[in-house]
Design a protein around this ligand. Structure first.
Ligand code: BDR
Ligand code: CA
Length: 314
């Protein structure tokens, strides 16, 4: 049986690669895609997702527009120097398919999860505002969630928006804390693993020759590639969100440990994902006895990259 999933995205460059992977995988059934602010505005994220679903001829999948800003903290300026002004490198999409529904993403998430006969896996590849709000408004849906797989955070690695914080967690630290303190099984696919995966020029040139998606991939990855060269001196791209979708497809590519994740919601450490690995908990402190998350610490890069190629070129 295919794994039933919902993807929550701020559809930029690596989100697009993640969507292409999920849409082409025979292991996943996408029930809907919800959008959130982050790399671009929440509406632009819906345009971009819409563009991808038209290109892949999958306009049967509903798109729901979610939250335009974090639950409490102010909205940050979108990182256009990373993903391009409209999130897809040089492409400007204004397309809105009929499958972009008018129901709010949070409401749709609640109803879809509540009414599903099977447990649902949620893959978040943007800030966690939509899913955080859904859990807050309807805690009963936790029983019908198989796992929440989060692209975000860092265990031993440094952050990418600050030394302490990764962008998706920093984007809405309070929402992330709601998710990690919930009773759902959560998995953190953070910078410890996602930055180890680099698609170099040779690898990208293979993707750029894909019959259906080659031109698209070429157009979206240019700005993102330049950002990696200029900021990190890496001649390649790190496809964070794609790595996260591949976790949902093949967990054997990863090594994980278990720990309780706490998110700092203010100050210098805002957005930090602190991992508590203690076995004994002292009762009565704010370090409550929340359930342990899976934390990805290692990834088999070679196998992961070849798995993505196989999925795309099958
Ligand atoms: C995350 O932040 C976004 O810019 C990317 O799409 C990814 O989801 C990486 O920190
Ligand atoms: Ca993203």
């Amino acid at each position: 049986m295919k794994k039933k999933i919902i993807i929550d995205t701020d559809c930029g460059v690596d989100d697009s690669l993640a969507l292409l992977c999920a849409l082409n995988s025979d292991k996943l059934e996408i029930l809907c895609i919800t959008t959130v602010f982050g790399n671009v505005s929440v509406r632009q994220a819906a345009h971009n997702t819409s563009y991808i679903l038209r290109m892949t001829e999958r306009e049967d999948i509903p798109i729901l527009i979610g939250q335009a800003k974090p639950i409490v903290q102010p909205l940050r300026y979108p990182p256009d120097f990373i993903h391009g002004k409209y999130g897809l490198g040089t492409i400007r999409s204004e397309y809105t398919g009929k499958n972009v529904l008018t129901t709010s993403a949070v409401e749709y998430l609640i109803q879809t999860i509540r009414n599903s006969d099977d447990k649902i896996t949620i893959i978040t590849i943007g800030p966690l505002t939509n899913i955080g709000l859904a859990l807050q408004l309807a805690p009963d849906i936790q029983d019908n969630i198989e796992e929440i797989i989060v692209m975000g955070g860092a265990y031993q690695a440094n952050g990418n928006v600050s030394p302490a914080a990764e962008a998706n967690i920093y984007g809405d630290a309070i929402a992330a804390e709601i998710v990690f303190r919930s009773d759902c099984l959560t998995t953190m696919v953070g910078l410890d693993v996602t930055t180890k995966v680099v698609m170099d020029k040779d690898y990208l040139s293979v993707l750029n020759n894909h019959k259906l998606y080659g031109n698209f991939i070429k157009s979206i990855t240019g700005t993102y590639y330049d950002f990696h060269v200029n900021c990190f001196d890496i001649h390649g791209i790190t496809p964070h969100d794609l790595v996260t979708v591949l976790y949902s497809i093949d967990k054997s590519l990863f090594t994980t440990i278990q720990g309780r994740i706490y998110v700092s919601a203010d100050g210098r450490m805002m957005g930090q994902t602190y991992v508590d690995r203690r076995t004994d908990i002292v009762p009565g402190t704010e370090w409550d006895n929340r359930i342990k998350s899976n934390i990805c610490t290692e990834v088999n890069v070679e196998n992961l990259l070849s798995e993505f190629k196989n999925i795309l070129f099958q």
